[in-house]
Design a binder for this molecule. Structure first.
Ligand code: AMP
Length: 357
C-alpha cells in the first residue's frame, strides 16, 4: 500500500473511481509503467473496462463492494467527481485517496470553489449565491447579463441558463428545478484557455503548455496548442495553476480553465481535480502526457518531462462525428482515439483526434 513516501513499485495497483474515457486512458498509461488499475464503476461495460486489470461493477452505496475494492488496491484516485462523501469516508479510512478529499469536495460545489480560489487572491467571475427567484432578481440587477449555474452536478454546459436584465427569474429557477445555484456575470473574454498542472507527492509542480479551447453547445470542441497568448499571460496562467495546487496540497493532475481578457488579465472559470479533456493533446505532443503524469503523481513517482515537442489541435468526436473514423484513420499526422462506447448519442464524447501541426 502507498505509505506517502515510497514510490509504488511496478506491479502495484491503482484503484480508479469511475470507468469513463479518462479512466480508460489512465489505465493505458498505468499499464505502460507496469502498474495495474482496478476500476470501480456503477455502469455496465465501462470504457475503462476494456483496458483495466480489474473492474468492479457496483454502486457507490455498496459498502461491501467499496471495502473489497479498497482492500485490493494500493492507492485510490478518481476520474469521476461526484463520488458521494460516505463512499469516500469508507475508502479514505482504508487507502490513501489522491488527489484527496478536499479538492474533490470543494470542486463539487461551484460556490465553494469560487470562494476558495478568490481566497487565494485569484480573480473569478463576479458572482452571487442564488437559492430563490428573489436572489436571482437581485443578482441580475447587480451583475447584469450572466449565467445561472447549478452549484452541483453541472458539466458540459448542463444545468445552466443565460439571462439578461429583464428576463424572468422565476422561469430560470424553474429551469434548474430550484437547485442551489450561483449567478455569474458574463465575462467578456477574448479566449478560453486551460492549464493542465501536475503536482507530485513531494510537492514538485509542472504545467503543460496552456491550450486554447473552443466550445460548441457548451461542450469542448477543440483545444489548440500553443494558445495565442503572450509570454506574460502564459506565465500568469501557470502561476495561478501552481498556486491552486499548492493550496490544496494536491497530488495528481488538475485542469484549470481560465478566461483571458483583452487587457491580458485572467479569470479562473473552474477547476477539475482530475485529468482533463483539454489535456488530451499531450498524448501525441509530449514525451509524458497528462495521464502518465497523473499516474506517476498518485503512485508517488517523480513527474516526467511534459514539454511540448509539437504544436497540436485536439478535436473531440461528439455523437455521430465518430462515424468518420475510417476517413480520420487515413489522415497523416493524426492520432485517433476511440473510447469503445456503444451508442453514439448526440452530445456523447465518443473519441477524439489530435493532429500535430
Ligand atoms: P462551465 O460549465 O462553467 O465551464 O461553462 C461552460 C462554458 O460557458 C464556458 O467554457 C464558457 O464558454 C461559457 N461560460 C461559462 N461561464 C461564463 C461566464 N461567466 N462568462 C462568459 N462565458 C461563460
Amino acid at each position: 500500500m502507498a505509505d506517502g513516501v515510497t514510490p509504488l513499485p511496478p506491479g502495484s495497483t491503482i484503484g480508479i473511481l469511475g470507468g469513463g474515457q479518462l479512466g480508460r486512458m489512465l489505465s493505458i498509461e498505468a499499464a505502460r509503467l507496469g502498474l495495474r488499475t482496478h476500476v470501480f464503476e456503477p455502469g455496465a461495460e465501462p470504457p475503462a473496462g476494456d483496458v483495466a486489470h480489474t473492474v468492479t461493477t457496483a454502486g457507490y452505496d455498496d459498502l461491501e463492494a467499496l471495502a473489497a475494492f479498497a482492500d485490493s488496491v494500493d492507492v485510490i484516485t478518481y476520474e469521476f467527481e461526484n463520488v458521494p462523501a460516505d463512499a469516500l469516508d469508507l475508502l479514505g479510512a482504508r487507502r490513501p485517496i489522491r488527489p484527496g478529499r478536499r479538492p474533490l469536495a470543494i470542486s463539487q460545489d461551484r460556490l465553494d470553489e469560487k470562494a476558495f480560489i478568490a481566497g487565494l487572491g485569484i480573480p473569478v467571475a463576479p458572482h452571487a449565491r442564488v437559492d430563490t427567484a428573489d436572489d436571482l432578481a437581485a443578482a441580475l440587477a447587480e451583475l447584469g447579463e450572466g449565467i445561472l449555474k447549478t452549484r452541483r452536478l453541472g458539466y458540459d454546459g448542463k444545468g445552466q441558463v443565460r439571462l439578461r436584465p429583464g428576463d424572468d427569474p422565476v422561469a430560470a429557477i424553474d429551469a434548474i428545478a430550484a437547485a442551489p445555484a450561483v449567478f455569474e456575470a458574463l465575462v467578456p473574454f477574448e479566449r478560453e484557455i486551460s492549464v493542465i498542472v501536475a503536482r507530485s507527492l513531494s510537492g514538485q509542480v509542472v504545467c503543460f503548455d496552456p491550450g486554447e479551447n473552443l466550445h460548441r453547445d457548451g461542450i469542448l470542441h477543440t483545444t489548440t496548442v500553443p494558445a495565442e497568448i503572450d509570454e506574460a499571460t502564459v506565465a500568469a496562467a501557470v502561476d495561478i495553476a501552481g498556486r491552486i495546487v499548492d493550496a490544496f496540497d494536491y497530488v495528481g493532475v488538475m485542469g484549470v480553465e481560465l478566461f483571458a481578457l483583452t487587457d491580458g488579465s485572467l479569470v479562473v472559470n473552474e477547476v477539475a481535480p482530475r485529468v482533463h479533456n483539454s489535456g488530451h493533446w499531450t498524448i501525441e505532443a509530449c514525451a509524458v502526457d497528462q495521464f502518465q503524469q497523473h499516474v506517476r503523481a498518485v503512485a508517488g513517482w517523480p513527474l516526467g518531462d511534459g514539454r511540448r515537442h509539437d504544436d497540436a489541435v485536439m478535436t473531440n468526436l461528439i455523437g455521430d462525428d465518430v462515424e468518420a473514423w475510417t476517413e480520420l484513420a487515413t489522415r497523416p499526422g493524426v492520432g485517433i482515439h476511440l473510447y469503445g462506447k456503444g451508442e453514439a448519442r448526440p452530445g456523447r464524447k465518443m473519441g477524439h483526434v489530435t493532429r500535430l501541426v
